[in-house]
Design a binder for this molecule. Structure first.
Ligand code: SF4
Length: 192
């Protein structure tokens, strides 16, 4: 019954704004409506392939660690962030939180949740699996669970994510993960 009188959400952003409905800052309802979540949902459906690809990509980035170090991580931050923003923006609607959780969330970006929940859905998921805040949008956590079931390391979704460190926003996750992996590898070598 509730669905029968449900007003369209992002499909009518003007009406939504006029109704005083909550609209998360920095999120464009128009953009979301236009893209219809197609690419984002494709990424979730192909989470296993993307998981495989990401591991190869991370290995390649780690191999390039001497190069990043020589140029300076500070110097490469800007161009790499530019590429990361555009590639992940297209594929995942990435919001550049700087602490990517995609490999633990079925390739569904948790920062697209209007409440920005990092550890599972709120209690407001609609019966059709859509978001309670943005009725046209599939709940990112329902998608995260679906995507995780296709992944080899999909049970990583059960791990508790740390709160977002806002100071890392707009920085490159790729470079940070690479620098951390290189530091861990060097520490392990020293111990050995
Ligand atoms: S978790 Fe963060 S870095 Fe990863 S896609 Fe989402 S906003 Fe981007």
């Amino acid at each position: 019954m509730a669905d029968a009188i449900q007003k369209p959400g992002n499909a009518a952003p003007g009406a939504k704004a006029a109704s005083g409905a909550y609209t998360p800052a920095g999120v464009s309802p128009n953009r979301r409506a236009r893209r219809k979540y197609t690419v984002r949902l494709w990424a979730v459906r192909h989470s296993r392939f993307l998981e495989w690809f990401y591991h190869r990509f991370a290995d390649a980035f780690l191999l390039l660690h001497p190069l990043w170090k020589k140029i300076g991580y500070d110097r490469v931050e800007r161009p790499i962030t530019f590429v990361e923003r555009n590639v992940k923006g297209f594929l995942f609607d990435c919001r550049m939180c700087g602490q990517c959780a995609l490999s633990s969330t079925g390739m569904s970006c948790p920062m697209n949740c209007p409440k920005q929940l990092r550890n599972g859905p709120c209690g407001g998921v609609r019966a059709n699996g859509n978001c309670e805040v943005e009725p046209d949008m599939p709940c990112v956590w329902v998608q995260a669970w679906n995507g995780s079931r296709n992944m080899i390391q999909g049970d990583a979704i059960l791990k508790v994510q740390k709160p977002v460190n806002q100071s890392l926003r707009e920085t490159s996750s790729w470079l940070r993960v690479t620098a951390e992996a290189a530091a861990a590898r060097e520490a392990a070598k020293k111990e050995a």
